[in-house]
Design a binder for this molecule. Sequence first.
Ligand code: IDP
Ligand code: MG
Length: 149
Amino acid sequence: MERTFIAVKPDGVQRGLCGEIIKRLETRGFRLCAAKFMQGSEDFMKNHYLDLKDMPFYAGLCKYMSSGPVLAMVWEGQNIVKLVRMMLGETNPADSKPGSIRGDLCINIGRNIIHGSDTLENAKREVDLWFKAEEFVNWTPCYQPFLYE
Ligand code: IDP
Ligand code: MG
């Protein structure tokens, strides 16, 4: 089992898309492990996006990410990092296929509504950055034997 970090960004929250995004992850069969509704500081977002620090959009990105509430979540499932990235679509919604979250729900690269870890290594780093051990709930969905062979 893998875990990944997913956040509905401030634009996704403002547009009322938390429920739609959770619905897609739940109905795929992923398990919600931890969730919190919060507003992070600009410094926190600078740390989250540290690998992009040399990009021209870095400052604006961190400002926007700290401008309002985000729904931060950890989800679990087989191969989840890759599968969620496929569900997100491309970074630029304009390149994202219909059926993907970004391809269905947004238009602009700077307002692409959702974050999902891109590699298992980054998922581990992001999960540890956003959540403490006591914020996780251990539970087994009742459908588990019907979801996995
Ligand atoms: P990802 O979210 O698909 O992993 P990254 O390349 O990690 O994409 O970029 C992080 C975030 O930075 C994107 O989701 C988007 O919000 C923002 N971003 C990326 N490229 C641009 C850009 O060219 N202009 C404005 N914002 C960008
Ligand atoms: Mg990324």
